[in-house]
Design a protein around this ligand. Structure first.
Ligand code: MN3
Length: 208
């Protein structure tokens, strides 16, 4: 029983709509998980960011600019954590699609073959990063200095704060999977890699 999320109505930062219906990723990610993860967690980051940035120069910046600027200011860790979590979550929703998984094509496939050897090698590395991120965080496929790499970040941290260009991400905070998989993070990660990845989104992020 999903509760429709309320769009934030105060402040410059908004909660973007989910790119699919809340039952679109079932049975791997259920409407119950999406209603909490998107409707509560993601929304709370937006609301917190609006409160924390009120009256500050950050309120006039784009979300991506806020992430990059606040990453350099230790005193603005709260702004960084909430802005990066807003950005990371929107990117995560788009990294998945109904009937996802499979394999990429075209330029992305060629680039993966060049930088990882094969799609299976990339999938294995990505799953390993997602499973071994200690505690809360994210696994990523990024473009870094012209080369595709698998990375992981802790808590709210985001590759966009480190000069890398993300192509895909998997949220490995417990709130992403605990209602559906309990402590079985490896099963959630396997479902993400095999059934949910949106390779068209990754290809669009790689660019032409
Ligand atoms: Mn999350």
């Amino acid at each position: 029983m999903a509760t429709p999320a309320q769009a934030s109505t105060t402040g410059p930062f908004t909660l973007p709509p989910l790119p699919y219906k809340d039952d679109a990723l079932a049975p791997f990610i259920t409407p119950n998980t999406l209603s909490f993860h998107y409707g509560k967690h993601h929304k709370a980051y937006v609301d917190n960011l609006n409160k924390m940035s009120d009256g500050k120069p950050y309120a006039k910046m784009s979300l991506e600019e806020v992430v990059k600027a606040s990453a350099k200011e230790a005193a603005d860790a709260g702004i960084f954590n909430n802005s990066a979590q807003v950005w990371n979550h929107t990117f995560y929703w788009n990294s998945m699609k109904p009937n996802g998984g499979g394999a990429p094509t075209g330029k992305l496939l060629e680039k993966i073959a060049a930088d990882f050897g094969s799609v299976d090698a990339l999938k294995t590395q990505f799953a390993e990063a997602a499973k071994t991120q200690f505690g809360s965080g994210w696994a990523w496929l990024v473009l870094d200095g012209g080369k595709l790499k698998v990375t992981k970040t802790g808590n709210a941290d985001s590759p966009i704060a480190h000069g890398q260009k993300p192509l895909l991400t998997c949220d490995v905070w417990e709130h992403a999977y605990y209602l559906d998989f309990q402590n079985r993070r490896p099963d959630y990660v396997a479902a993400f890699v095999d059934k949910l990845i949106n390779w068209e989104f990754a290809a669009a992020n790689l660019g032409r």
